[in-house]
Design a binder for this molecule. Structure first.
Ligand SMILES: NC(=O)c1ccc[n+]([C@@H]2O[C@H](COP(=O)([O-])OP(=O)(O)OC[C@H]3O[C@@H](n4cnc5c(N)ncnc54)[C@H](OP(=O)(O)O)[C@@H]3O)[C@@H](O)[C@H]2O)c1
Length: 339
């Protein structure tokens, strides 16, 4: 492919302030910054899609966690896919599509070793940020490995219309769950769960207490709970779990913006008599499952048995707004920014 004209500057997002509670637009700043030419072993990528993900909320706080915090006045980062526009790295050509970690910006210069070449002919590029990427592996590994899902299990998943949750419920269905139940935050999302995703039951957690709605949706209890939300959802699930039930503690988005101590679960002692297994997960521990995950999920996408939705926000200048929208629940499926 012919060399493309490379601008001398590009736009990138910086953290402007640390939020207290829910982030606001002024916590972010869009900055024009020089585009650095690649040095030996590096590539320059023009980003095509940026990922915004719930874990980024944690990185806005100055606390020690499993990923370092964003620094004030410095560029933010995260998942992105794009095309190489200049290369000084062996094996990387102009035009190659690359998945990497320097999102929240138009142009990224990075060591080629930190990027993964992906094939835009196999799937739309943005899928590598979602169903065929980190959220997809989270759903696959979290259900099959962490929760030790087995055929006949009744599965409840919260955040069920989101990137991870929508895949958890569908994978459970495809793997022979006896019942799949989901919760989400709007009537439209609930209709999508029981309609296009094939869940057996779904409810809007804003309509009535989760415990009541879950008991009605799962009269014979549940065997697996995939937790994306925490708080009242986790407490309700502990109440509904059958003996020897399993819980994947994947996320707790209900408390990411909280400024006071989080809600319960107040009924954790039930886990003793029920012999429950509650297990935290980080997707990066499950890289060994990657080849099996990609093969199986790509097959389901191809034969149409797995539905995958994206909510696409256009323009690098709308990245912060896309992230705020994700925390509000504006998305069905994966929230991505198209540049
Ligand atoms: N452990 C890991 O390795 C790992 C990896 C990836 C993701 N995660 C976690 O998995 C969860 C889902 O991530 P995702 O990328 O798939 O995001 P997502 O579900 O696509 O988007 C976030 C969703 O959270 C819901 N939400 C927001 N506030 C809520 C609240 N107070 N109560 C209940 N739901 C709320 C919104 O949907 P509604 O309209 O339904 O409210 C929103 O659409 C997150 O907790 C994330 O941190 C963990």
């Amino acid at each position: 492919m012919a060399e493309q004209a490379i601008p001398t500057t590009g736009r990138e997002w910086h953290l402007a302030a640390r939020p207290v509670g829910r982030p606001v637009p002024s916590d972010f700043a869009l900055v024009e910054a020089p585009v650095r030419q690649p040095g030996p072993g590096e590539v320059l990528v023009r980003n095509a899609y940026l990922s915004v993900d719930p874990y980024m909320r944690g990185r806005m706080n100055d606390v020690k966690s499993y990923v370092p915090p964003f620094a004030i006045g410095a560029p933010m980062d995260g998942g992105a896919v794009g095309y190489v526009v200049a290369s000084a790295a062996e094996g990387f050509e102009v035009g190659d599509a690359v998945l990497h970690g320097l999102g929240w910006r138009e142009y990224a210069t990075l060591p080629a070793a930190q990027g993964v070449k992906v094939d835009p002919a196999l799937a739309p590029l943005s899928y590598y940020l979602g169903v065929l990427g980190m959220p997809g592996l989270t759903a696959y590994a979290g259900l099959l490995e962490v929760a030790s899902f087995k055929e006949g299990d009744a599965v409840f998943v919260s955040g069920a219309a989101g990137a991870v949750g929508s895949l958890v419920g569908q994978i459970a269905r495809l793997k022979g769950a006896s019942r799949v139940i989901g919760s989400a935050g709007s009537a439209e999302k609930v209709a999508t769960l029981t309609g296009s995703y094939g869940f057996d039951a779904a409810f809007n957690y804003k309509d009535a207490p989760v415990a009541e709605q879950l008991a009605a949706a799962a009269p014979e209890g549940i065997d697996v709970y995939f937790d994306n939300v925490g708080g009242d959802h986790l407490e309700a699930a502990i109440g509904a779990l059958n003996p020897h039930g399993r819980v994947t503690l994947c996320g707790a988005i209900a408390q990411y913006n909280e400024t006071s101590a989080p809600a319960g679960p107040r009924n954790l002692a039930l886990a003793i008599g029920k012999r429950l297994n509650l297990r935290g997960m980080l997707v990066r521990d499950h890289a060994a499952l990657q080849p099996q995950f990609v093969a199986e999920v790509a097959g389901w996408l191809k034969d149409g048995s797995l539905r995958y939705d994206e909510t696409v926000v256009k323009g690098v200048e709308n990245t912060a707004e896309a992230f705020l929208g994700l925390l509000r629940g504006d998305n069905t499926g994966k929230m991505v920014v198209e540049l």
